[in-house]
Design a protein around this ligand. Sequence first.
Ligand SMILES: C[S@@+](CC[C@H](N)C(=O)[O-])C[C@H]1O[C@@H](n2cnc3c(N)ncnc32)[C@H](O)[C@@H]1O
Length: 223
Amino acid sequence: MTMSQHEQEWWHERWQQNQIGFHLPDVHPWLKKYGAEVGIHQAERVFVPLCGKTHDIGFFLSLGMEVVANELNEMAIQSLFEQLDLDPVKSPWKAGTIYQAGSLTVYVGDFFELTHGDVGSVDWVYDRAAVIALPETMRSAYAKQLMAITDKAAQCLITLDYDQNEMDGPPFSVMAEEINNHYADDFKVAVIHERDILEDEPNFKQRGLSRLNQALYLLSCEL
Ligand SMILES: C[S@@+](CC[C@H](N)C(=O)[O-])C[C@H]1O[C@@H](n2cnc3c(N)ncnc32)[C@H](O)[C@@H]1O
């Protein structure tokens, strides 16, 4: 599977028009609060799919981790390197450009084009707003591709779920049952923390939601 031109354009427009409500001004608070419980301190090399320009990458680097990441939009990655005060070396890969500096490597281009050889060996995956950015028809392919290119590395996953009848995605609502469908054959799936965050998210309230559950999972390899 690859992402259609139309779907890619939709994301590029979001970045061009700065409609990036998903981008947090700081490190995700749950990563700081629950990081130890999801294995952050054991991780040496993390893969961050659909990374945007998240400050979480800077946090991983500050902990001494190596980071390999992927993002469709080049502007986002230029901003990411500027934010980190890193001057990247650029080289081509089959679906775009690789940005590399210090312990950070980002594949700019379609996630579905990545191979295990590109990503290399990783011992942790961080999915915040990646699986929930994709429509239902793509999520099973996403999960399979993620496991294939990371050799089923342990995963820290942050999702949202709400009544999908109340709002169109993205972000899409992804319930625990679906996470289990994608991952429970290969991982022990544990919910580390979850909470209704609607009161902190006035935009989603305006979009018509009556609840918005955020969940933090650890997918670990001990089955
Ligand atoms: C909801 S945002 C989340 C970004 C980031 N994880 C964060 O927490 O800020 C989803 C991101 O995925 C990117 N994206 C969407 N489809 C993609 C694909 N097929 N390959 C790579 N990146 C993609 C979008 O450009 C967008 O930056």
